[in-house]
Design a protein around this ligand. Structure first.
Ligand code: BGC
Length: 766
């Protein structure tokens, strides 16, 4: 007993010490920063709030002049858009050796889905439904970025999105708050990992808030939504990132309740800091402060003061803080305390990262040589990419199997503008990628097929018939080398090689830059010229597999009807080509599931599974009923529902078993199904749990995702899958924005997608 107590004492002390250090607000850090700030001039304090772009990659006009001089004068808090440890080290040296206060700089970058080893675009990553894979991708991204001088990433982007017209759906995790929250947490953990070593970098959750709800899917456009919808649907992923300890938050470009997020005190202070307890710092988005002038919030001085008062600590690119805060202070439009609070937040971030202890912590040139784009990282990227692909269709061939997987034999025609396009494989927002080092489909197929078969290649058509459109869609060096031959000549060449092949793979869809920032679309079809070619290939009567590149849900009605097999590969990252080959040839069984609904046509948008019911819902299985909520010309159904994705094997769900149908208070309900792999292949299935709150004080969605398990089953194997449900899973924000649950009946649903579920009902009393 005494012995045990003796052991306990040092344990308690150790826990206390660890928790003091783990606490963001720890006294030692506060003391250090206070002492530092007591020696800083007002100009130096304002300088810490300034985040210029070094100008290597920009999304707007970078107006920052002479960065080195400003660093020396203490007018810069951090820098971004600079790649390479030697360059970063050199400028850090200026900051810590030549500026008066010797304060190290933060070095940020958009490390969105990997660094040089690039993972699938986030929308694709989310389709893995594999939190280990997602966290690992962030971990590898952080390892590589930190080896190259970066200590701060502008990721994760967790904007919930229900409008595929918006190009930035590619950067997010789809339409669901619950899944989005799990992913936000995994990403933050992967990047930051408690800042334990020099491989951990600070996360920046963005874009706070509601950026994904831009009207008409047009980027930067107005957002207007009820607080109920904010709290229940759009906020949870940001909150999850904050709860996971994200060190920084980026304000979004859009308005929230009529006030730009960047100047919105309710959002950045009341919600973020007071309600959620956020302790890190807030950075504006790129010129987000200046853009408030165009939003009609005043001149540069006014909008800069507005941003500071709202809770923005760092000004990205715009230099509004640098140029106007002193004047605003003199004119008593802001207070010194407000400037100091912002300065403190930035300095604390540097402290947490360990930059005061060692400003060169992230500047180890040896690491840069050995830890970036390693074979090990690439191997994982290849696995994760394969896991992100979603098999949308696989028509059974006469003998019963689908066309896929392909045999590693014979002649395969590979056709399409994305077939030999290494520089497009990484997808949008991959600033650190060495584009041409990615594996194209052509290279990947050749590598995996080896000498067992033959690949015949033709481009077949350009990305788009309109050269101007193609130019807009292939920026940032991602040219698809527009072919000057006539469409007829290109098509004829493709048909000729198709005629000589046993099977046709069509690598088509969007180019990398057809999604991402400022890449909204009003038409979600595959460009017409590609569809024409696809139709011609299908007409040959040979088996055709569409390997679909896209950064968003597309409208694939024609393809779904006419093309025998469709594998959606998003943009798979640096190992895209080999991963595609792995799946096409069956070395990997596809297991990705959609995280955004695919509509039948653009007119249905926004279309999402967790909708409210309306007072006039359409009857089950019905297309049109007069005076019901529907369209004359299209059913309400999606083309592919949320959670959907096929496998080479098939899974059978037993009926749902509940541990009870009547519960009280804090009891736990167990809901189980037996999942059987009925097919010939081993495969993974994402088993999804949905709940419908049948009666509430506010109208509740027809179903909401509340859990999922990714299960690997060998061919023929069966397993019982159990979900444990507690009242925590029944909670929602009511009309007083109180987070609670209510007595009533609940439908419990389990299935392999949001449409095909087994259902049972329980009654749950408070
Ligand atoms: C984007 C952000 C990005 C920033 C810095 C902006 O245009 O909206 O997502 O982090 O640029 O590159």
């Amino acid at each position: 007993m005494r012995y045990k107590r003796l052991l306990l004492v040092p344990l308690v002390i150790a826990i206390a010490v660890v928790s003091v250090y783990a606490q963001p607000g720890d006294a030692k850090m506060k003391g250090f920063v206070s002492s530092l700030m007591s020696r800083m001039t007002l100009e130096e304090k304002i300088g810490q709030l300034n985040l210029p772009s070094a100008g290597e990659f920009t999304t707007g006009t970078a107006t920052n002049s002479d960065i080195g001089k400003n660093v020396k004068e203490g007018k810069v808090g951090g820098l971004f858009n600079i790649k390479g440890v030697a360059k970063i080290k050199a400028i850090q040296k200026v900051a810590v050796e030549e500026s008066r206060m010797k304060i190290p700089l933060l070095f940020g970058m958009d490390v969105i889905h990997g660094y040089e080893t690039t993972f699938p675009i986030p929308l694709g990553l989310s389709c893995t439904w594999n939190m280990q894979s997602i966290e690992q991708s962030a971990r590898i991204a952080a390892t590589e970025a930190s080896a190259d001088g970066i200590c701060w990433t502008f990721s994760p982007m967790v904007d919930l999105t229900r409008d595929p017209r918006w190009g930035r759906v590619s950067e997010g995790n789809g339409e669901d708050p619950y899944l989005g929250a799990q992913i936000a947490k995994a990403m933050v953990t992967g990047y930051q990992g408690n800042y334990a070593s020099n491989t951990n970098i600070m996360a920046c959750v963005k874009h706070f808030a509601l950026y994904g709800a831009a009207e008409a899917g047009r980027d930067y456009n107005t957002v207007d939504m009820s607080h109920l919808r904010m709290y229940n649907d759009y906020f949870p992923p940001y909150k999850a990132a904050v709860d996971a300890g994200a060190g920084s938050v980026m304000a979004s470009f859009n308005v929230v309740d009529g006030i730009p997020a960047t100047g919105n005190r309710w959002l950045l202070t009341d919600v973020l800091r007071k309600q959620w307890g956020f302790k890190g710092f807030v950075v504006s988005d790129y010129t987000g402060i200046n853009e408030m002038i165009d939003h009609g919030m005043g001149d540069l001085q006014a909008v800069s003061a507005l941003a500071l008062k709202a809770g923005v600590d760092m000004d990205m690119v715009g230099e509004g803080f640098l140029k106007t805060l002193k004047k605003s202070l003199d004119e008593k439009k802001i207070t010194l305390a407000e400037i100091e609070a912002a300065c403190r937040s930035v300095l604390e971030a540097k402290y947490k990262l360990g930059l005061f202890a060692d400003p060169y912590k992230y500047c180890n040139e040896e690491r840069a040589k050995t830890e970036i784009f390693t074979p090990e990282h690439r191997k994982i990227a290849r696995q994760v990419a394969a896991e992100s692909f979603v098999l949308l269709k696989n028509t059974p061939a006469p003998e019963g199997d689908g066309i896929l997987p392909l045999k590693k034999a014979g002649r395969i025609a590979l056709i399409g503008p994305l077939a030999d396009a290494a520089n497009n494989m990484a997808g949008t927002w991959s600033v650190a990628t060495v584009q041409d080092r990615s594996v194209s489909v052509l290279a990947g197929l050749k590598e995996v097929l080896g000498s067992k078969g033959e690949i015949l290649y033709a481009k077949g058509c350009n990305l788009d018939a309109d050269p101007a459109m193609e130019e807009r869609a292939t920026l940032f060096g991602k040219t698809l080398n527009r072919d000057s031959r006539s469409p007829e000549a290109m098509k004829a060449e493709a048909l000729q090689i198709a005629g000589n092949a046993d099977v046709i793979i069509a690598a088509m869809g969007e180019s990398a830059e057809m999604s991402g920032e400022s890449s909204s679309r009003s038409d979600l079809n595959i460009p017409e010229i590609q569809q024409d070619l696809l139709a011609a290939l299908v007409k040959t009567g040979k088996p055709v597999v569409l390997v679909l590149f896209t950064g968003r849900p597309l409208t694939l009605g024609w393809e779904d009807k006419n093309v025998p097999a469709i594998l959606n590969v998003w943009f798979g990252g640096s190992e895209a080509g080999t991963a595609i080959a792995d799946v096409l040839f069956g070395d990997v069984t596809p297991s990705g599931k959609l995280t955004m609904t695919f509509p039948q046509n653009v007119g249905q948008v926004p279309l999402y599974y967790a909708h409210l019911n309306t007072g006039r819902p359409l009857g089950e299985g019905k297309w049109f009923q007069k005076f019901r909520s529907n369209y004359l010309d299209v059913s309400n159904d999606p083309l592919y529902p949320f959670g959907y994705g096929l496998s080479y094997t098939s899974f059978n769900y037993s009926d749902l078993q509940l541990s009870s149908t009547s519960l009280k208070g804090n009891q736990t309900l167990q809901a189980s199904v037996t999942l059987t792999n009925k097919g010939k292949y081993d495969g993974a299935e994402v088993v999804q749990l949905y709940i419908r709150d049948k009666v509430g004080s506010i109208s509740r969605p027809v179903k909401e995702l509340k859990g999922f398990q990714k299960v690997l089953l060998k061919a023929g194997e069966a397993k019982t899958i159990t979900f444990r449900i507690t009242p925590e899973d029944l909670k929602f924000y009511n009309s007083r924005l109180k987070y609670d649950w209510e007595t009533g009946d609940f439908e419990i649903m389990i299935g392999g997608n949001s449409r095909d579920v087994k259902t049972a009902t329980v009654h749950w009393e408070r």
